[in-house]
Every structure is written in structure tokens, then in C-alpha cells.
Design a protein around this ligand. Structure first.
Ligand code: PMP
Length: 306
């Protein structure tokens, strides 16, 4: 994704830096070994200005992931929440994508380096849509990936930089084969998730999604389960296999980037009639109302930046 970076600022360790001047040392431990954590957060335009969707949940997940790596973030959650609001304001964004990243310094060299500085940066940029906006209506294609998700339970459920290697491989494999996304399986052969999305299927008006032992417990995933339950739609978390997806009435991905996006083909074969299904549309409609600040029940999911 290419961003117009002219005049843009990035927050780095408490200061705003010009986009092109925010740099990381070549010997940062994180660059060599993937020892860092990150988040993907989204802000939306509402009639009361920019609002960040589920900011506290994202920040909590960032700290939990850092904790897994024994990294102590040298800022409070409140400070990082404030910085995420401020980076949007400083860049004049009333909607966009926010990328907080926590990375280690270069004070010691080699794998065993200890007591490295912990650094935090937050970038933000315009991001109207991750995929072609038509994807929300027409759906996208997935192929089963040859890359397995999360072999190491330490990584499961956390956005740890080094673990994204297999997700990137899976996505690139899918794109090379002409599909839009990858379907990643877990080490037991059950469906795990997309390269950056959680997956749901609908069968006979019930909604199913994999348990989170081998996938990220996405914030959109949790939000969609909540929305569905409030609409009296039952969501069952269980192991799902490839055949469940082949035979589904509907399928969709959820994630900060894709929001709720229908999956209409799997390995070049249509899922059901190959069209977005009614439960997917209903959830999309509700989600859209929530993120635009037009659903009174879910106002506390939005943090206004001003
Ligand atoms: N799975 C993976 C591997 C991801 O990277 C993401 C994106 N954060 C998701 C699922 C969806 O999570 P969320 O809804 O929190 O964006």
C-alpha cells in the first residue's frame, strides 16, 4: 500500500518525527529476530469527528503480546491511547489505519543480547479500504494454504512480529495463484484463519468460528460474536475442517483491515451460490452502523480523538 507521506508525522518514543526521519537502527534486535509486537487499529469518521474502534482492546492486546516476550513497554496504556489519538490529529486524519509497533534497540549485539531499550512508534495513514470496496458485496476468493498457522503456542493469539513470516508466505502464495486471500490450517488440520483475518461460516442459520487455540482472537471476531448474539444469532466456537467450509451456506472473514468480508469461492469453487449471504449482510450492516457512530448501543466501542 503506497501512502502519500508528504508532511506526515510519526510518533516515536514520545515525540513527533517527520515520516522520512523516523528510523530504526540497522542492528535493532527486532529487525534480526522478530522480537517485537504490533497492532493494527482503525479510526473512522463520525459526525463527532474521528473515532478509534475498540482502542482499549487493541492497546491491551499490545501489552499482552509484549508481556509474552518479557518486553516491558516504557509507556502507560493511557499514554499510548492518547498518542494514537494525537497521531491522527497531528496528521489531520478523520479516518485511517494506525500502526503501533514496539521494537528493541541495538545496545547489544547478537541473539542473546539482554537489557535492550524498548522503543515504541505509532504511524497513521489514510486507509479507506483494504481491498476493492466491491469485495464487501461480491466477496473474495481464498485458497487453502500450504503454510500452517502457529506451530508454537507461545505465539498463538498475539501479534508478535516474527510470527508473521508464515502469514506473509501464505498470503503471497494465494496472490500468486490468483486468489485474494489464504486459508490457513492449524497443525491438526483444522481451519485456523486467513493471513490477517478470522474466519466464520454459516450453516443452517447458525454461525461457526474456530476456537482460538491456533488463531488470533481478533477484536473484530469478538465484536462480531457480540453483535450476532445481540441479534439472537447463535455463534458456536469449535474446530472446523475444510469440508465444513466447502459445504457452508455462507462464509466470511473478519478483521480490522477487511472488517466483514464475504468469502465466495474456495479453491476456485463457489461456496453455496457464490454470493454474499443474508447473515453476512446483516452483520455488515450492523457493523457499519457501529463504526460510523450511528448505533447507540455500541457507542462505548468508539474513542473520539478530540
Ligand atoms: N488473524 C490475524 C493473523 C491477524 O493478523 C488479524 C489482524 N489483526 C486478525 C486475525 C484479525 O484481528 P482483528 O480483528 O483484531 O484485526
Amino acid at each position: 500500500m503506497f501512502v502519500n507521506t508528504e508532511k506526515k508525522l510519526i510518533w516515536q518514543n514520545g515525540h513527533f518525527k517527520k515520516w522520512d526521519e523516523s528510523s530504526v537502527h540497522i542492528l535493532s534486535h527486532t529487525l534480526h529476530y522478530g522480537t517485537g509486537v504490533f497492532e493494527g487499529v482503525r479510526a473512522y469518521q463520525t459526525k463527532d469527528g474521528a473515532a478509534i474502534f475498540r482502542l482499549n482492546e487493541h492497546t491491551n492486546r499490545l501489552y499482552d503480546a509484549a508481556d509474552k516476550l518479557n518486553i516491558v513497554i516504557p509507556f502507560s496504556k493511557k499514554e499510548l491511547n492518547y498518542a494514537q489519538c494525537e497521531i491522527l490529529n497531528a496528521n489531520g486524519l478523520d479516518e485511517g489505519y494506525i500502526r503501533p509497533i514496539v521494537y528493541l534497540g541495538n545496545e547489544g549485539l547478537g541473539l542473546r543480547a539482554k537489557d535492550l531499550s524498548v522503543n515504541v512508534a505509532i504511524a497513521a495513514w489514510e486507509w479507506p479500504s483494504y481491498m476493492d470496496p466491491k469485495a464487501k458485496e461480491d466477496g473474495i476468493s481464498v485458497i487453502k494454504s500450504s503454510h500452517t498457522q502457529y506451530e508454537n503456542p507461545l505465539h498463538s493469539g498475539h501479534k508478535i512480529i516474527g510470527t508473521y513470516f508464515s502469514n506473509t508466505m501464505a498470503l503471497h502464495e494465494a496472490l500468486d495463484k490468483g486468489a485474494d486471500e489464504a486459508l490457513m490450517m492449524d497443525k491438526n488440520g483444522y481451519i485456523s484463519e486467513g493471513s490477517g483475518e478470522n474466519i466464520f461460516i454459516v450453516k443452517e442459520k447458525e454461525v461457526f468460528t474456530p476456537k482460538t487455540d491456533h488463531c488470533l482472537n481478533g477484536i473484530t471476531r469478538k465484536s462480531v460474536i457480540n453483535i450476532a448474539n445481540n441479534l439472537d444469532i447463535k455463534v458456536i466456537e469449535k474446530n472446523l475442517n475444510y469440508e465444513d467450509l466447502v459445504n457452508a451456506d455462507e462464509a466470511f472473514f473478519t478483521g480490522t483491515a477487511v472488517e466483514i468480508t464475504p468469502i465466495t469461492t474456495l479453491d476456485n469453487l463457489k461456496i453455496a451460490d457464490g454470493k454474499r449471504g443474508p447473515i453476512t449482510s446483516l452483520l455488515q450492516e450492523n457493523f457499519q452502523k457501529i463504526i460510523s457512530g450511528n448505533h447507540p448501543k455500541y457507542k462505548d466501542w468508539l474513542t473520539h480523538t478530540k
